[in-house]
Structure formats: C-alpha cells, structure tokens
Design a protein around this ligand. Structure first.
Ligand code: PMT
Length: 317
C-alpha cells in the first residue's frame, strides 16, 4: 500500500527494478488512498448484490521526461478495446471498475466522442425560444436509443466505477491497490488487462526538475525497464481471481508462442494475443486450448468467451 514508499536518500536506486524495489523508490499518486476507499465501497456494494466484478484497464501510459512535465513518451492505444469490452461486461450483468487513461475512450460515450459522430451535430437551437433541441432525424435513431438506454440503465444500477491514470507510475500504483481491494471477491473477480503499459521509464530520481534545454544539442536518455507486474499480480495482489492479460505483437506468427509462454511463466488463466494492425478484427485466445476470434465488434465475442470460462472457474472452486 502507499505506506511502503521510502523517499529517504538512504534508499539507493536499484540498477534493475523488481516490483518491490519499484514501489519502494517511486512515489504514489497523491489521491491514491482516497480513490481506493471509493473502490472498496463499490466492491462491497456489488458483493452485497452478489455481482461478479471485472477490473478493465484501458488506454496507454505516459512516461514523463521532466518533473515539471513539458515532454513525455506515449503510445498508440486509444482505449477502444477496454471501453468496448466494458460495455459488453456491463450488458452481461457484471459490475465494472474501468481504470483508463485520462481522455481515452470510455464506455457508451465512445460511440459519439470522436469526429465520426460528433454529438453537437445531434442538437439544434430552437428558433422559437432559443433552447436546445434534438435534430429531428436523431429522435428515432435506433443506435443512439440503444446506447442511451444501456447507459441510463448502468447509471441507475450503479455498476460502473471509473478511475483515471496518466503516467506509468499512476497506473502501477493504482493497479496494485485496486487489485488488492478487489481480491476480497476471490474467484468472482476478473482482471482484464487491456491497457498498453510502457515497458521503459525514467525513475523519479533521474528526472530533470525543469524543462530540458534544447540549446545543449541532441538528447541522450537511458531508460530503465518497468518491472513486469503480472507475476506479483497473480501471486500476491489477487487471490484466486480470473486474470486475463493481453499480448501485443507486430509479427502475427509470434502471437500464439508468446501468449503460451506468458501463460506458463505467470500461471494465470487467459492470454489474448493481438496484432497491432489487425487488432480490431482478429485475435487469438490462449488458455487450455487456443481459439481464433473475429466478429463485427470483436469485444462482444471476447467477453462472451471469457464469461463462459469465468463461470467454469467459479464452479471449479
Ligand atoms: O486501446 P486500443 O487502441 O483498442 O488497443 C488495444 C490494445 C492493442 C492496447 C490491447 O488489446 C492490448 O494488447 N493491450 C496490451 C498491450 C501490451 O502491453 O502488450 P505487451 O506485450 O507489451 O505486454 C504484455 C502483458 O504484460 C500485458 O498484459 C501487460 O499488462 C503486462 N505488463 C506490461 C508491462 C509491464 N510493466 N508489466 C506487465 O505486467
């Protein structure tokens, strides 16, 4: 928990970071304790109603290059996989903790948040009284009605809890604390790790305090490796949870071998392998057997396959 960070200079910087060394030397986000109280209340409420809960992580993490951040490294993830999957979990009756990169796509609003479907085009200014109206063609729009109905239902049921991260530090601290809070549900908890987490970072102690000056010529940065947190997640932070990780490759032939290797190394339940360029239409699931999936919205099939496996997991307790 936040308590194990020791900012004293006596704590020397490791040359490679284990998860333990990472949490001992990198500071937690300031509002962590408060956010975890909210998660605990949410989990207790869902447990009282006998609901399964899934933690969905979504979007990319940044790596700041300065303490007063002007520049940072980022990655491609838009959060489509996480936001879409969260909707299908909610539809299936799960409660969802949606832990996402600030400003990445979110369940329900994702349908209208980008320029393909800007919601301002759905509204009119009523000449008669200067109030806001709805574009006539949108009043009976079946897609909009379905999204809005599902969104209102989830709001009324209180089954969606949202948390945000920006940096890889925020992500790792939050992931550990949320996983621990959710572990009270044992087998009824699922962990769906779709976020694209940075593999390299600059430890706090190596960061320039102020904006790096460009007058000095080219910039050389040596980054440290972010510890792989799947191992402690499986072995220490969760208890009997159903853990689904993702493997992203750009060479499709590596997907199944690498997904299987991850399953063997970490001993969790499912690895979903996806290729960067075809990730929206095609993927592979590695568990006891491998399955290939492609569908209209691929997340619909992923979630229905996982629900089947989670049910079997709970039943095998
Ligand atoms: O958001 P979209 O644009 O829709 O894209 C979705 C996606 C491609 C990002 C998603 O489907 C996906 O594949 N997410 C995982 C990407 C990733 O981090 O892959 P990886 O091969 O680098 O890591 C493999 C696993 O190791 C991940 O489950 C990750 O949680 C875990 N990991 C990663 C870094 C780290 N320091 N510790 C970890 O445990």
């Amino acid at each position: 928990m936040p308590g194990d960070w020791d900012p004293s200079p006596a704590h020397s910087m490791p040359s490679t970071f284990s998860a333990e060394a990472y949490f001992a030397t990198q500071p937690p986000p300031p509002l962590l304790a408060q956010e975890i109280e909210g998660v605990k209340e949410f989990v207790a409420r869902q447990a009282a109603q006998n609901r399964n809960v899934v933690l969905v992580t979504s979007g990319g993490t940044t790596v700041p290059l300065e303490l007063n951040v002007v520049r940072f490294l980022d990655n491609f993830s838009a959060g489509t996989r996480g936001a879409t999957s969260a909707e299908y979990f909610l539809k299936a009756g799960y409660a969802v903790i949606f832990m996402h990169r600030q400003f990445s796509l979110q369940p329900f609003s994702r349908h209208y948040s980008h320029s393909t479907n800007p919601f301002l085009d759905f509204l009119t200014v009523e000449d008669s009284d200067g109030t806001v109206g709805i574009t006539p063609a949108k009043r009976a729009d079946a897609d909009l009605l379905a999204v809005l109905t599902a969104y209102k239902r989830v709001q009324a049921a209180g089954t969606l809890h949202t948390l945000t991260f920006v940096t890889v530090d925020d992500y790792l601290w939050l992931l550990r604390a949320v996983a621990q809070a959710l572990s009270v549900l044992r087998r009824r908890a699922m962990y769906y790790l779709a976020a694209a987490v940075s593999d390299f970072f600059l430890p706090r102690q190596k960061l320039s305090e102020h904006k790096i000056q460009s007058g000095k010529g080219s910039l050389h940065i040596e980054m440290d490796q972010v510890p792989k947190v799947l191992k402690p997640l499986v072995e220490e932070w969760t208890r009997d949870g159903f853990i689904v990780s993702f493997k992203l490759e750009t060479d499709e032939r590596l997907l199944i071998p690498k997904a299987r290797a991850a399953l063997e190394r970490y001993g969790h339940q499912v690895v979903i392998g996806n290729d960067l360029h075809t990730r929206k239409s095609w993927l592979r699931i590695a568990a006891d057997g491998a399955a290939a999936i492609h569908a209209k919205e691929i997340e619909e099939d992923i979630v229905s396959e996982l629900l089947r496996r989670h049910e079997a997991w709970i039943a095998s307790a």
